[in-house]
Design a protein around this ligand. Structure first.
Ligand code: BGP
Length: 474
C-alpha cells in the first residue's frame, strides 16, 4: 500500500490533538449523490436551473450525475474508514425525501439514507447530518422559496420527519449549511437560483431561514432526542484595511451583515442591535410576526459548525455608486486587496490561515465558548490530473500544506482554551461545485470522470490517515 508519511512514535508528534478529536470531511447531497431524477427524487432549484440554462455551468456539466455516491456509497465509506475518518457530514436531499418539498415521503429515499447511516456506523464513522444545503425543492421555489413564510412550515415537516426517521442513530444534526450563501448568492450576486438582485428579499430570506432553523431546534427538543443540534455557518473574519475609524466601521458593517446575521441569533438568540439599527436606517427591515423573535430567543443551538475558507478585507467606501443601481452591501464599504496576500488562484480566494484562529478566539470570547468544530475548510484546484504519478496517486502537496497550516492555528486555539472539537475537510471526494461543476477539485479522493468515476486516494488522503493515527503531526 502506498505510504506517504513514515510512522513516527507518538512522542515525536509536535502538534498533538485530543484522542477524541473529530477527524473527517463534509459533503452535500446535490454535490455528490447523482441519480438526481431517479428513485422518485423530485427536482430542486439546481436541477431546474441546469435544465433551463445549462450554459451557466462550467463545461455545461449539471447536477444530474455528480459523483454517484447514491450507488457507490459502500465503496466510498470504505475509503473514508481507510483514511481515518471517525465522522462524516452529509446532507439529506429535501427533494429526495419529499419530492414536492412536503406531503408524502419517498420510501426509496428512506432506504437510501438508512443504508448510508448504518454503513457509516458499521465502520465506526459518526454521521453528522445537515438538513438544508442550498437545495430548495423546485415546487417550493415556485412559491418563492425562503421568501415565502409557508416554506418554513414545509421545512419544519421535513426536519421533524428526518429526526423521526433517523434520530435514533444520528446524534449530531444541523439545520442549515451556510445560510448566508443562498441569501447573498440567490438575491444579491447571481450565483444561485433565483439569481435576482433585491436586498429587501435578501433580508426576508435571511430572516425566514433563521426562523426555520430555530423552529427545527424547537421541534428536535420537543422530541426529547438525546443528540445535539446546531447550525453550520461560514465565518469570514472581517479585517479593516487600517485602524482608521472609517475602515474599522466598514469592517464592522460587513461583519454584521455576513457573519453576525446568523451567528448571533443562532448562538445568543438575539440579533445584534447594530444590525437592527442599520437595517432600520436603510429601511430594509424584514417582516417579523409576533412571537418570531421569542422563537429565535428560546431555541439557540448546542453545537456550532464553522466553515472557514477566506477572510474578508474591507475598507471605507471610495468607489462611486452608479446612480440608480440596486442597493447592495457594497454600497456601504469597499473590498480591499491586501498587498502580498496569498491566493488560491483557481478559486480566487485568499488563503489566510490565522483567520481560523482569530474566529475561534472570537467564539471563545464573545460567544460563551460554545462547543464548535471546523465543519469545512479546503482548497479547490484545477486540473489535478497533472500531478498524478505512475502509481495513480495525485500528489496534492499544496492541500497537505493548506491543512497543516490551518491545523497549526487550530491547535493553538485548543491550547488557549477554545472549545473546538474537530476538523472536517471540504470534501471527502471530488464533487460537483454549484456553477463551477467539476472545475476545481477538493477531495481526499479523486473521482476520475473519464474512467467512470474511478476513485483513487490522493496523497492528502494518506497524509490524513497518518495524522489521525498519530493524533497529530510534526
Ligand atoms: C462552501 C459550500 C460547499 C462547497 C464549498 C466550496 O461554501 O458549503 O457546498 O461547494 O464552499 O466552494 P465551491 O464549490 O463553490 O468552490
Amino acid at each position: 500500500m502506498y505510504e506517504i508519511v513514515k510512522a513516527k512514535p507518538d512522542h515525536e508528534v509536535k502538534y498533538t490533538f485530543p484522542t477524541d478529536f473529530w477527524w473527517g470531511s463534509a459533503s452535500s447531497a446535490t454535490q455528490m449523490e447523482g441519480e438526481a431524477n431517479k428513485d422518485g427524487k423530485g427536482p430542486n432549484i439546481w436541477d431546474y436551473w441546469y435544465e433551463t440554462e445549462p450554459e451557466l455551468f462550467h463545461n455545461k456539466v449539471g447536477p444530474q450525475h455528480t459523483s454517484d455516491f447514491y450507488r457507490r456509497y459502500r465503496e466510498d465509506i470504505a475509503n473514508m474508514k481507510y483514511i481515518g475518518h471517525n465522522s462524516f457530514r452529509f446532507s439529506i436531499s429535501w427533494s429526495r425525501l419529499f419530492p414536492n418539498g412536503f406531503g408524502k415521503v419517498n420510501s426509496h429515499a428512506v432506504v437510501f439514507y438508512n443504508n448510508v447511516i448504518n454503513e457509516l456506523i458499521k465502520n465506526d464513522i459518526e454521521p453528522f447530518v445537515n438538513l438544508y444545503h442550498f437545495d430548495m425543492p423546485l415546487e417550493l421555489q415556485k412559491i418563492g422559496g425562503w421568501e415565502n413564510r409557508s416554506v418554513i412550515e414545509a421545512y419544519e415537516l421535513y426536519a421533524y420527519t428526518c429526526f423521526e426517521l433517523f434520530g435514533d442513530r444520528v446524534k449530531k444534526w444541523f439545520t442549515h449549511n451556510e445560510p448566508i450563501v443562498p441569501v447573498e448568492c440567490g438575491y444579491l450576486y447571481g450565483f444561485h437560483y433565483p439569481a435576482v438582485v433585491d436586498f429587501q428579499k435578501a433580508v426576508q430570506v435571511a430572516f425566514h431561514s433563521m426562523l426555520a432553523s430555530a423552529k427545527a431546534v424547537q421541534s428536535y427538543r420537543k422530541m426529547h432526542k438525546t443528540g445535539k443540534i446546531g447550525i453550520i455557518i461560514n465565518l469570514t473574519p472581517s479585517y479593516p484595511r487600517s485602524d482608521n475609524p472609517e475602515d474599522v466601521k466598514a469592517a464592522h458593517i460587513a461583519d454584521l451583515l455576513f457573519n453576525r446575521s446568523f451567528l448571533d441569533p443562532s448562538v445568543k438568540g438575539v440579533y445584534p442591535q447594530d444590525l437592527i439599527d442599520l437595517l432600520k436606517k436603510l429601511d430594509y427591515m424584514p417582516e417579523i410576526q409576533p412571537g418570531d423573535l421569542e422563537t429565535i430567543q428560546n431555541n439557540t443551538i448546542d453545537l456550532l459548525g464553522i466553515n472557514y475558507y477566506q477572510p474578508r478585507r474591507v475598507k471605507a467606501k471610495e468607489k462611486l455608486i452608479e446612480e440608480g443601481s440596486p442597493f447592495l452591501p457594497e454600497h456601504l464599504f469597499d473590498h480591499y486587496e491586501m498587498p502580498g496576500r496569498k491566493m488560491n488562484p483557481y478559486r480566487g480566494w485568499e488563503i489566510y490561515e490565522k483567520g481560523m484562529y482569530d474566529l475561534l478566539i472570537n467564539i471563545k470570547e464573545n460567544y460563551n465558548n460554545i462547543e464548535c468544530f471546523i465543519a469545512e475548510n479546503g482548497m479547490g484546484v484545477e486540473d489535478e490530473e497533472r500531478f498524478r504519478d505512475e502509481q495513480g496517486v495525485i500528489h496534492d502537496d499544496y492541500r497537505i500544506e493548506f491543512m497543516k497550516e490551518h491545523l497549526k492555528w487550530l491547535h493553538r486555539a485548543i491550547e488557549e482554551g477554545v472549545n473546538v472539537k474537530g476538523y472536517h475537510l471540504w470534501t471527502f471526494m471530488d464533487n460537483w461545485s454549484w456553477l463551477n461543476a467539476y472545475k476545481n477539485r477538493y477531495g481526499f479522493v479523486s473521482v476520475n470522470l473519464d474512467k467512470d468515476g474511478e476513485r483513487t486516494i490522493k496523497k492528502s488522503g494518506y497524509w490524513f490517515k497518518s495524522v489521525v493515527s498519530h493524533h497529530g503531526f510534526n
